[in-house]
Design a protein around this ligand. Structure first.
Ligand SMILES: Nc1ncnc2c1ncn2[C@@H]1O[C@H](COP(=O)(O)OP(=O)(O)OP(=O)(O)O)[C@@H](O)[C@H]1O
Ligand SMILES: [Mg+2]
Length: 274
């Protein structure tokens, strides 16, 4: 080998070393959480919003990223201009902030694709590139997904450090979850054992519900969290969306969940609310 090619090789190695050091520096900062359920109406959006508001009130800069084009509910819930949404943020991934809605201090929302066809065409690399940029700007990113295992949902799972699986405590819901988890691991090679199972709309004296043991056995995941049924859920959530935290059981449960999954939340603020 000539001395020239040796020095070339050394230079290439140096570039590789610099690249890997750079990618270590640019490692995503945000904690990325995926809210997942193939059971429509199980409470994904409610939990994404409740968790997002809680984390923001605990001083973490939080982005709720809606990955639901079915269509999603975020624009209506927060009364946001639907023309600023994920498609635009993807198309301008070096400066996506202009398409992100500020709700109140520390809470931000990026609306899901308003055009379902464009939503289906979003490529994994495009979403990854966007999330990489956003991960440097936020402490937490929460994906609110749609109730089907679409490509975009699979990409979201793969990008997340934490996947929260939402089920209602009923046979139909638990069965669906079991099928989804099986499909994810056997067909798509996703490691699901570390997913966390949240039971939403839990009522102790509910004759229809399964026992907690049956829920865990049926879904093959241990139960991580119980979110109580709240008949004033819509009211509680409306207050939450304005940044107000009531004493409602559902709100307290989500606040405690926020602390559990993001221990970075400031201790003094936690004591104030929980
Ligand atoms: N803990 C709760 N107690 C009472 N009602 C609840 C609770 N959580 C959610 N709900 C209600 O359940 C309904 C469905 O909730 P939500 O829209 O969050 O579900 P989703 O899983 O996002 O639905 P989709 O699959 O259509 O996206 C809403 O009316 C919401 O107010
Ligand atoms: Mg939803």
């Amino acid at each position: 080998m000539s001395s020239r090619s040796l020095s070339q090789e050394a230079e290439e190695n140096r570039v590789v070393a610099l690249d890997s050091r750079e990618s270590r520096v640019k490692k995503p900062e945000a904690k990325i959480i995926c809210i997942l359920s193939n059971k429509g109406g199980s409470g994904k959006t409610t939990l994404a919003v409740g968790l997002g508001v809680s984390l923001a009130r605990l001083n973490l800069r939080t982005l709720i990223l809606e990955l639901d084009a079915s269509p999603g509910d975020m624009a209506g819930l927060f009364d946001l201009d639907p023309t600023c949404s994920l498609e635009q943020a993807i198309d301008s991934s070096c400066n996506p902030s202009q398409y992100i809605h500020k709700i109140f201090d520390k809470l931000y929302v990026l609306l899901g694709p308003q055009d379902p066809l464009r939503g289906e065409m979003i490529k994994k690399e495009e979403l990854e590139r966007l999330v990489r940029v956003l991960a440097e700007q936020y402490d937490v990113i929460i994906f609110d997904t749609q109730p089907v295992l679409s490509d975009i949902t699979l990409d979201a799972i793969k990008m997340s450090q934490e996947t929260l699986v939402v089920s209602e405590p009923y046979l139909e819901s638990v069965r669906r979850i079991a099928i989804m988890l099986d499909l994810l691991s056997t067909r798509f090679g996703v490691y699901t054992r570390n997913f966390k199972l949240l039971i939403n709309k839990y009522r102790r004296l509910d004759p229809r519900r399964l026992t907690l043991r049956d829920v865990a056995a049926g879904s093959s995941l241990p139960i991580f969290w119980l979110v109580p049924f709240d008949k004033k859920c819509r009211n509680s959530m409306q207050q939450m969306r304005q940044g107000k935290l009531s004493r409602a059981h559902v709100v307290r449960s989500l606040m405690k969940l926020a602390v559990e999954i993001c221990p970075d939340a400031r201790a003094s603020d936690v004591r104030r609310w929980v």
